[in-house]
Write a protein that binds this ligand. Sequence first.
Ligand SMILES: [Ca+2]
Ligand SMILES: [Ca+2]
Ligand SMILES: [Ca+2]
Length: 260
Amino acid sequence: MSVIWLFPPGSWLVPNLQLDGQFGDWRGRTSLSDPAGDGRSGNDFKKLSWATNENEGRLYFMIERYLPEPRGHRMECCLFFDLNNNGKYTDKVDKYAQIFYRPQGLQKGDVTVYLYSMEGELKGKYGGRWGEGTGSGTSRVEFAIPMEDLEVYPAQFLRFYLADISGRSDRLPDQGDIQWAPFPVVSKSRPTITAGCLLWLAVTIFLYHHRLWILYYIWAAVGLCCLLVLLFHASLVEYRLEQYTSLILHHTLNIKYMGD
Ligand SMILES: [Ca+2]
Ligand SMILES: [Ca+2]
Ligand SMILES: [Ca+2]
């Protein structure tokens, strides 16, 4: 089972995600569900959601489990990342996160996340009162992992799946993994871009009107390039262009190498 999510979440209708142990901010996000009864108590997954925030290089996740008995039961699971998107989780660049949830508090439960490389090197530790407490449902936790610690760049394809820490119980998805190209949209100041465009247009018209041709052509060409850079910088277009260029280069060099 593989889900491809290409569209950035930059809609102004969607509120930013906050790590606060409250889950209204996860409504309507991309997610994958899992059946009940296929995991040991406390670690029977129900749902996994994933998303990014605008202007923020972190990957957000929400795990929901089927309510255990007793409610205070801990959850210990692993999120595995295939970061070079080759379907194998054993490469040097691949990583995994261990998630520990202790819902003993009345209001909120403690969540601790350790990020490791496949060689067992600790890459980061994150924690907070990011889970539901025994006062409410004790089924949901949220957390975020910096893209910098994962060593991924925006719009890079990666794969992941969630598994019980024992490796013998529940898994989400049951088979295969989830594919994602996370892209935390960078929002730019629209007034600045508009002012820049207007200024450029005014000067272009002025030069044209006064028949200062050399200046006109230079100004028009250079200005247009600057505006395009301003518009497309840190946008999905730029990242995709970068990806396809490197892919084409990679293939061209490969063909050349094979021809030798
Ligand atoms: Ca939240
Ligand atoms: Ca399950
Ligand atoms: Ca891999």
